[in-house]
Design a protein around this ligand. Structure first.
Ligand code: MLT
Length: 267
């Protein structure tokens, strides 16, 4: 479905009933990342997934796309769907940056957090330089340059070897990202704020999920977040890399189902 959010066409899915969970994908991906989660979780919750601007089927305009802007799009979508009760946000990687920014801006709208393969800190100087290089190459060669450099790092070695059927659809998903969208997101991520200072103020249930073999965001970052978020649980999934929900959907879904049962008595 497509929502017109103040003139910006944003694609989304909205299925099921009950406690709402908004799924926010990473970079350069789209809402189909969450197909396996939506199929299971919609049986007990209202599951909403968004294509961030410039990604998937959503409209692309030139960036930068600040994390604040992307969080505002998520908020506008919830308004459009007339969801007034607090929601659980589930963000993976860049989607996690957006999740923490959303929490910073609209804390009363959030019932819980699921932070997957993400971090609270900003880019390092090296990370910022890498963003500039990726932007430069994408302007020259198109989104394919980003896909070629990121695809070999997105999954665990185990997945490349034992589940090679995941690679082709993942590549297609990455290639659906528009050039404006990819560059806009890279610019936004490069200049994102440090969300670490807000972690100690989080008082809502928080589930942190990380792949044991994540090549993009080190597991130490997830462990550090867990030590400072008051009501948080860390689940590390073995034989999973950066896209742990695609690689180990059953383990990922079970972790969410356990979280929903324990923290919200939803089962
Ligand atoms: C993502 O998966 O969203 C990105 O790898 C995050 C990043 O580049 O910082």
């Amino acid at each position: 479905m497509i929502a017109d959010l103040q003139g910006m066409q944003i694609a989304y899915d909205d299925k099921g009933n009950g406690l709402p969970i908004l799924f926010i994908h990473g970079f350069p991906l789209d809402r189909t990342l969450w197909t396996a989660q939506a199929a299971t979780i919609l049986k007990i919750c209202r599951t909403i997934s968004i294509d961030l601007r410039g990604h998937g089927e959503s409209q692309a305009i030139p960036g930068p796309y600040s994390m604040k802007m992307l969080a505002q799009d998520c908020n506008s979508l919830l308004n459009k769907l007339e969801i007034t009760e607090p929601v659980i946000l589930c963000g993976l990687s860049m989607g996690g940056y957006v999740t923490l920014e959303f929490y910073r801006q609209y804390p009363s709208r959030v019932a819980g957090l699921i932070l997957a393969a993400t971090r609270s800190g900003p880019d390092t100087a090296e990370g910022r330089a890498n963003r500039d290089k990726a932007i430069f190459e994408a302007r020259q060669q198109g989104v394919i340059s980003i896909v070629d450099s990121m695809l070999p790092k997105m999954l665990a070695q185990y997945t490349y070897k034992h589940r090679p059927e995941l690679i082709r659809p993942l590549r297609a998903m990455m290639l659906r990202t528009s050039l404006d969208g990819a560059i806009g997101a890279l610019e936004g991520m490069k200049n994102r704020s440090d969300s670490t200072p807000i972690l100690t103020s989080i008082r809502i249930p928080t589930l942190i999920l990380h792949g044991a073999e994540d090549q993009i965001i080190p597991i130490t970052v997830a462990k550090a977040m867990q030590t400072v978020i008051f009501d948080s649980t860390l689940r590390i999934l073995s034989e999973a890399g950066h896209l742990l929900n695609l690689e180990q959907p059953d383990l990922f879904n079970q972790a969410i189902l356990d979280f929903l049962a324990t923290s919200y008595h939803v089962r």
